[in-house]
Design a protein around this ligand. Structure first.
Ligand SMILES: [Zn+2]
Ligand SMILES: [Zn+2]
Length: 311
């Protein structure tokens, strides 16, 4: 049974535009597609100029919204530095009785994945008990380090412990399961998520070291699920001039495509690359690399794109 990619594509003029109207059934919305630092990145004049000239669009850091319209429920995956824009995007297509979210799921303690929690504090929204789902080390990191510890003390957020490979049943037939993946775990462990609605499932792995460091075969994950959103930080080796890229391992987009080359066409179409660094040419829809990825049967996630779960 396939997941229904009502791919409502884009072409939005505003960066924070979401395809509208949203479906009546549960859906996922892509709130950002870039690596932690977004696009354009701080200090890169060429990138800012490309935005000014209308050649490129600003792209937010990777985040997903999971919406259950019937029950007025919505969840956020990742609290990014672009939190306020992403909340605005989600407000355009969904509502909740527990503003701003019924829950926030975090993957790990790298800046692009949790720093947006700052908007929940007293300097900004001053929220009350927003459920934040976190693994043990991530939870301790937030509890023991300012300014995050203040969010806990003032009850702006309410930390909900999660465990590796343990399913969380949410309402409306939705369940979420974190699973650990190998990554540079300086402050916390790192997880991906399996999001299940009825019998359809999406796997989200924004950050991981090389595929061969994981004790799971990603090809089997592709086969067993309906949609896969995976780490495409860099296109290929040598992309970061003057930096030793072995110190920041990620599966190169080219390596992933090579690894997946014998998958069926149907399995290939489930693969969406996401979390692209500002240097990865797939962020530019006019690049030869973007065209190559599409030509061989894969997808590149688009900001504002909606995936609807069939009901
Ligand atoms: Zn990241
Ligand atoms: Zn990371």
């Amino acid at each position: 049974m396939a997941l229904f990619l009502f791919l409502f594509l884009i072409g939005c003029e505003k960066a924070n535009e979401v395809e509208n109207p949203a479906p009546d059934s549960p859906f996922l919305v892509i709130l950002g597609t870039a690596q932690d630092a977004g696009y354009p990145q701080a200090g890169y004049q060429d990138e800012w100029k490309a935005i000014d000239l209308g050649q490129r669009k600003p792209l937010y850091t990777v985040a997903l919204g999971l919406v259950d319209p019937k029950n007025n429920i919505r969840y956020l995956f990742e609290a990014t530095p672009d939190f306020k824009e992403q909340l605005q995007m989600l407000d355009e297509v969904s509502t909740t009785d527990n503003y701003p979210f019924d829950g926030i799921f975090l993957t790990h303690a790298h800046i692009g994945h949790y720093a947006g929690l700052m908007h929940l504090g007293k300097e900004v929204m001053g929220t009350s008990s927003v459920p934040v789902f976190a693994m043990p080390k991530m939870k301790t990191f937030l509890e023991e380090n300012g300014p995050w510890s203040q969010l806990v003390k003032l009850n702006n957020i309410s930390l909900k412990p999660t465990q590796d490979s343990t399913l969380l049943e949410l309402s409306g037939g939705i369940s979420v399961m974190p699973f650990t993946v190998p990554h540079r775990d300086e402050y916390s462990e790192t997880v991906g998520y399996k999001i299940q609605v009825q019998n359809q499932s999406v796997v989200f792995i924004p950050d991981i070291d090389k595929w061969n460091k994981w004790d799971v075969d990603i090809r089997e994950v592709v086969k067993a699920n309906d949609l896969i959103l995976i780490d495409a930080s860099f296109y290929q080796d040598g992309e970061l001039k003057g930096r030793d890229m072995s110190l920041i391992p990620h599966p190169f987009t080219k390596e992933s495509m090579e690894l997946f080359k014998d998958l069926s066409e149907a399995d290939k179409t489930k693969v969406y690359f996401i979390h692209a660094n500002h240097t990865n040419p797939i962020l530019d829809i006019n690049s030869a690399e973007y065209e190559e990825v599409i030509k061989v049967g894969f997808h590149i996630a688009e900001q504002g794109q909606i995936f609807s779960f069939d009901q």
